[in-house]
Design a protein around this ligand. Structure first.
Ligand code: THG
Length: 367
């Protein structure tokens, strides 16, 4: 087999060696790193997430650390959601837009201290973006990528594993809130969060040299509940209606077209990047929207497909941005990005590898 990197343009996860020992079989590029996307048995990985507990190397969710007197203002200027009420030790899911009101990211913003915020980002260079916006505005803060690597524990048994690791206080953590913790001298922030609707925690590892130690400590603690490796699971996230920035969005997607309209606060001041454009887009009504589609395809098939043509009344009406076999609905499902004229209940055809499959549009989430 051929080798790829690692080098300065393809950074290695601090959990990389452990994921290799676990038998990782696939990766996806993300923030100039590789995110594990399978360990070779998709149905077992899905089952652990739905019924048990799964541990994920999500260190590709890099942190952009903003520290300095203007940190709060910089976080707000970059976010189209009102951050004025955020408390220290709280996170919020926020859309970030460019000056056109087009999404550039959907991070979790963590308030670490009065003068320190982290943006826990999806795939795009927000370090460069943040530095440029802050400098152009004359705002004062250091903006860096810290040595922080999230490890997620997800699934209905995740709370048991987190309680075994840290104590019962984790049971009282509210969604997106976090606390400092230490295990075997490893510095962490423990948050109730994660990219699934099955519940769970994220351990923000703050010392990359301890990556293998942390992986093995979590693996051991989770053994009674059958923990095993997994990853942000395409089947579960599609069933649950979670957005994949860059997967379900393109270079024209606004928050209103990406199910994130409820996180836009149009009353924010004009200094917030994109807010003026969003006021106009909101008044006019967005051109497209994301809906679900249920295909007349009842054959379980592994894998996960993206950006197929969607036809309505014989004309191209948009794209199916993702699609998968749904183990719980026992049908192929996906998201479609289509014009606003198309509504739930309408029928379409999705062209996959030259073959048209009929389907019906529906609301999200599926489950
Ligand atoms: N964890 C961390 N950082 C991340 C992600 C993560 N950065 C990038 C990416 N994922 C951001 N995307 C999401 C998308 C959805 C959610 C979290 C991160 C999410 N949404 C809930 C929902 O839609 O129901 C709650 C949102 C709310 O109402 O506030 O959890 O996974 N560290």
């Amino acid at each position: 087999m051929a080798e790829i990197g690692p080098n300065t343009r393809l950074r290695s996860s601090v959990f990389y060696e452990e994921t290799v020992k676990e038998g990782v079989t696939a990766f996806s590029p993300y923030n100039r790193m590789l995110m594990p996307t399978s360990y070779g048995d998709p149905m077992a990985e899905y089952d652990r997430l739905i019924n048990g507990v799964s541990m994920w190397d999500v260190s590709v969710e890099r942190q952009v650390k903003i520290k300095g007197p203007d940190a709060a203002r910089i976080a707000q200027v970059l976010s189209v959601r009102d951050l004025s009420g955020i408390q220290v030790n709280q996170g919020k899911y926020v859309p970030m837009c460019d000056h056109r009101g087009v999404l550039v990211n959907d991070p979790i913003v963590l308030k670490i201290a009065e003068d320190e915020y982290w943006l826990s980002i999806a795939d795009k260079d927000i370090l460069m973006w943040s530095r440029a916006i802050a400098a152009e505005r004359g705002l004062r803060a250091e903006i860096t990528e810290p040595d922080v690597s999230p490890l997620a524990i997800q699934g209905p048994k995740a709370e048991e594993v987190a309680a075994a690791l840290f104590g019962d206080w984790v049971r009282d953590l509210k969604f997106f809130w976090f606390r400092d913790a230490e295990i075997d001298g490893i510095p962490l922030k423990v948050a109730r969060s994660g990219y699934s609707k099955q519940g769970g925690f994220e351990l923000y590892l703050m010392d990359g040299s301890r990556g293998p130690d942390l992986w093995n400590i979590v693996r051991e603690a989770g053994r009674p509940w059958g923990i095993g490796p997994g990853n942000p699971n395409p089947m579960e996230r599609i069933e649950s209606g979670l957005l994949s920035f860059g997967g379900d969005t393109d270079d024209n997607s606004t928050p209103y077209e990406a199910m994130l309209g409820k996180y836009v606060d149009l009353h924010l001041d004009d200094g917030v990047v994109g807010i003026k454009a969003l006021r106009g887009i909101h008044a006019e009504g967005p051109a497209r929207h994301l809906l679900g589609v249920r295909l007349e395809d009842y054959a379980p098939r592994p894998g996960h497909a993206v950006w197929y043509d969607v036809m309505a009344a014989g004309k191209k009406a948009g794209s199916m941005t993702n699609g998968c076999w749904s183990p719980r609905l026992k049908q192929v499902i996906g998201f479609v990005l289509v014009g606003r004229a198309l509504r739930p209940g309408d029928t379409v055809e999705v062209i996959r590898n030259g073959v048209a499959t009929p389907g019906m549009l529906c609301d999200l989430p599926f489950l």
